[in-house]
Design a protein around this ligand. Structure first.
Ligand code: GLN
Length: 421
């Protein structure tokens, strides 16, 4: 029986039964797995160890890419399509096939990594700038620490230097506070309370826009406002856990933690941020149901989230990939929210250097006072950097150096297309 428009039973027969669907899925995966085996054979890596080596060379070490974890459970020896079909999803098989056919976001990953290593080595010579010292934990950071990592939209990863040392994210977390507030409240509600215009002022300046709102979510007042909209009815500790869970999913399931000492120091030296809250409160800028002091507390916890460069690069990769985490394959952020977040990172993400950065680097990015920086190359991948010495504007000196060299070495500037050919 065919499911025609007038058939009253159409809705009962239109969809295949569950077991039929499963069988069809398995057939499709088996075909893909056979294609993978063939491609591996012609690339000279027909056994599991050879395939894993080949993937690792392409930047896809299965240990760092949860969606390829099934490979680690296979028996050693020659590749078998049936075994691949049982352990890997269609998405993972497609990824492996792309890698074998040099179709990943960065096709020559080895060359790419060594050019990044050169840029990194060059930027290491930049030793100007000063540590943030408004709290002891930041003043104590190693001024020479320097880490960098990258993650493409296909989950290819590389890391250099101090890329596995966790550091508190400070303002680098602001795009995620904004994205989470959007996910929970929608665009209209969020932007009733926070603008989307660069402020042209310091990130913690006591100033609101002509409508009495913080200028944008990338400065302190705007980020505190976003925090006020994250599940305001729950206790702060629970709200903070929800935020951490969101951040962790964008980072490929990385474990995050709050640096308790940083959090307490932020609270103890909070005079300027308290003034910002008072100013916004005086202008009735907060949503009715929110408690401004709790919003500030959540904001401090967010600033104190610790993560290393590798995980921050995965977050940047998730943004580059329209909200789907490249290492897990899970959708974490709606693509429209990512578009909004990237727009504001481009125009407001680098303090009062944002216009200059958009001009010369041309990429959405966000820096923080601990020396972190995440850079997004839409449709390609994300980069993260950590180097605590800051310039006059509060941006990491080496982070800016690397940004400039990146767009010289690769056509990553969002308007690079018009200069080609
Ligand atoms: N915790 C810092 C503050 O609230 C974050 C600022 C930053 O990284 N620019 O002032």
């Amino acid at each position: 029986m065919t499911a025609s428009g007038n058939d009253p039973f159409a809705r009962f027969v239109a969809r295949p039964a569950r077991f039929e669907q499963d069988a069809a899925d398995r057939d499709a995966r088996l075909k893909l797995a056979s294609a993978v085996c063939q491609a591996a054979q012609s690339e000279g890596c027909a056994d599991l160890a050879g395939l894993i080596h080949r993937l690792t060379m392409a930047g896809l070490d299965p240990v760092d890419v949860p969606r390829l974890a099934g490979l680690m459970t296979l028996d050693a020896g020659s590749l078998d399509a049936n075994a691949l079909t049982s352990e890997l999803t269609g998405d993972a098989l497609t990824l492996i096939r792309k890698a074998l056919e040099n179709q990943l976001a960065i096709s020559h990953f080895g060359q790419f990594s060594s050019r990044l290593a050169n840029i990194f080595a060059y930027a290491r010579d930049a030793t100007s700038g000063h540590l943030a010292d408004y709290i002891p934990e930041l003043a104590k950071q190693d001024p020479d620490a320097f880490g960098m990592a990258a993650c493409t939209i296909d989950g290819q990863q590389m890391a250099i230097g101090d890329a596995v040392t966790p550091f508190c994210q400070q303002s680098v977390i602001k795009p995620l506070l904004y994205a989470f507030a959007l996910a929970l409240n929608g665009e209209n509600q969020v932007h009733r309370h926070v603008g989307r215009e660069p402020s042209g002022r310091r990130f913690n300046e006591l100033a609101l826009d002509p409508d009495g709102r913080p200028h944008n979510p990338m400065i302190n007042s705007g980020a505190i406002m976003c925090a006020s909209m994250i599940r305001p009815h729950l206790p702060v500790a629970e709200r903070s856990e929800l935020l951490e869970r969101f951040v962790s999913s964008a980072a490929g399931g990385a474990g995050t933690e709050i640096d308790q000492a940083v959090y307490e120091s932020e609270r103890a030296t909070a005079r300027r941020n308290l003034s910002l809250v008072k100013l916004m409160d005086e202008h009735d800028a907060f949503p009715e149901e929110s408690a401004p002091d709790e919003a500030l507390d959540l904001y401090f916890r967010a600033c104190a989230i610790r993560m290393d460069c590798r995980h921050l690069a995965v977050i940047a990769g998730t943004l580059a990939n329209g909200g789907v985490c490249p290492t897990t394959g899970h959708r974490v952020i709606d693509s429209r929210i990512v578009r909004n977040t990237l727009s504001l990172m481009l125009t407001c993400g680098m303090y009062d250097y944002s216009g200059e950065y958009a001009f010369s680097v041309g990429l959405p990015a966000k820096s923080g006072v601990s020396g972190g920086l995440m850079i997004v190359v839409p449709g390609v991948g994300g980069f993260s950097l950590w180097s605590p010495r800051l310039d006059r504007q509060g941006n990491p000196v080496r982070g800016i150096e690397v940004s400039k060299r990146l767009v010289e070495a690769f056509p990553f500037h969002i308007f690079a297309g018009v200069t080609r050919g």
